[in-house]
Design a binder for this molecule. Structure first.
Ligand code: AMP
Ligand code: GLY
Length: 425
């Protein structure tokens, strides 16, 4: 069959790379893709947000499976549209996507079904929210209710910070309508991890865990980003903890969604804080994580295509999944200045040499081809990913590969995966 992957980041490159290995697949299209994806798939010039354009394309080209990378098209109802036309699409419906699209919907569901999460209040009145933070505990976490490209969460250590966060979100509307209401939440401390699971609404297949590195600089300093690197497996995510996360978080949420008549089908990503005594949910995403997908795809031994088709058909219980026991590390090379202002259009060299290294894949994110050259075109540019006998050796190879790649003002963290060796847990 022919497959369409929607999106153009590192996550989508990893998905295309994995899907390409399936004997079931003849041709892969990617909309819009990037310079790296173009070496594996035919890139189609349709934006990930043009859901009608994508629907027409899939229908005209007889696409047997569409896989959605980013959250925006899901929240715009792309799955509902494809299902309506009888097309197979991997990703939840608009209603189910609210688990990511509305933080208040997610928190209220978690509360109703007694799933552990930080205590919170929802406000749609700026005055009431202000009054609440004036009298509440510090630090406090303030979140725009809707989608804010990963920037809508403010951790405020002082009342002044909290008040200006509320003003920015609710009055200045820096995130537009996403800030019509806010979730004000208790600050949690602990190690964070990402657990992704594939579900057809009944059966849950938990993928190997990963740890993201959200801050821009080493030692978790600097502003939050989309993610500067990730590794898998997470050594402190042992069988017992896995079982708890499945039993106390994933199973109740999947059941809750079914009970609320919005069954969740697709990839459910739980952002988890390992608090004592219970792991708590920080957030849910309704799509693969970026960059977590890069190391997780490198470790997945099974063909992902039958698993995705079974998810759509509601037969996931018949599927099994096998993993490479080795460790994988992905380091993001970003444009200097990211996540704030940065320049683009710089030539990238050394890609071929790095990609030739054993068990190494250079996943592209913000890249494009210009006059025959590969140039930077986004904040996160590359996700250099390696496999090694353990995280330590994967880390050594990943930084060796990075040493071969150059572009002006490249920035990357040098401590990706170091927590795997030093965690207190
Ligand atoms: P979210 O988009 O909700 O995952 O938030 C982005 C990041 O903010 C998370 O990955 C955490 O590092 C941090 N964060 C969110 N909620 C909390 C919380 N209640 N306590 C501490 N940190 C938080
Ligand atoms: N890496 C975090 C995310 O995909 O949302």
């Amino acid at each position: 069959m022919d497959v369409l992957v929607i999106g153009g980041g590192g996550r989508e490159h990893a998905l295309v790379w994995k899907i390409k290995q399936s004997p079931l697949v003849e041709k892969i299209y990617c909309a819009p893709g990037n310079a790296g994806i173009a070496t594996l798939a035919e890139c189609v010039d349709i934006s990930a947000e043009d859901t009608d354009g994508l629907l027409e394309f899939a229908s005209k080209n007889n696409i047997g499976l569409t896989v959605v990378g980013p959250e925006q098209p899901l929240l715009a109802g792309i799955a509902d549209k494809f299902i309506g036309r009888g097309l197979k699409i991997f990703g939840p419906t608009k209603l189910a996507a609210n688990l990511e699209g509305s933080k208040s919907f997610c928190k209220n569901l978690l509360k109703q079904y007694a799933v552990p999460t930080a205590n919170y209040r929802v406000f749609d009145s700026h005055v009431q929210a202000q009054e609440y933070v004036r009298n509440g505990k510090l630090p406090v976490v303030i979140k725009a209710d809707g989608l804010a490209s990963g920037k809508g969460v403010k951790i405020c250590k002082s009342r002044d910070e909290a008040e200006s966060a509320l003003k920015e979100i609710m009055e200045d509307k820096v995130f537009g309508a996403a800030g019509n209401s806010v979730v004000v939440e208790e600050f949690l401390e602990g190690d964070e991890l990402s657990v992704m699971a594939i579900t057809d609404g009944k059966t849950i297949m938990v993928l190997e865990g990963a740890q993201d590195h959200k801050r821009a600089f080493n030692e978790d300093k600097g502003p939050n980003t989309g993610g500067m690197g990730a590794y898998s497996p997470v050594p402190f995510l042992n069988d017992k903890l896995y079982a708890r996360i499945e039993k106390e978080i994933l199973v109740p949420v999947v059941h809750a969604m079914k009970k609320e008549r919005m069954p969740f089908k697709g990839l459910l990503y739980a952002g988890i804080m390992l608090c004592k005594p219970a792991p708590k949910v920080l957030e849910f995403n309704v799509r693969f994580g970026d960059p977590e997908t890069q190391p997780v795809m490198m470790r997945m031994k099974s063909d992902i295509v039958p698993i995705m088709l079974a998810t759509i058909n509601g037969t996931l219980e018949e599927q099994e999944i096998a993993w490479d026991e080795r460790g994988s590390v992905c380091v993001v090379m970003a444009s200097g200045g990211y996540p704030d202002k940065y320049d683009k259009g710089f030539e990238i060299t050394g890609l071929e040499e790095a990609g030739k290294m054993q068990d190494t894949v250079v996943f592209h994110a913000g890249t494009k081809t210009e006059n025959g050259k590969c140039v930077t075109s986004g904040g996160r540019v590359l996700g250099v990913t390696t496999l090694g006998k353990d995280i330590k050796s994967a880390r050594m190879s990943v930084y060796k590969a990075i040493g071969k790649i150059n572009f002006e003002k490249a920035h990357y963290r040098t401590d990706i995966g170091s927590k795997a060796m030093t965690s207190r847990l």
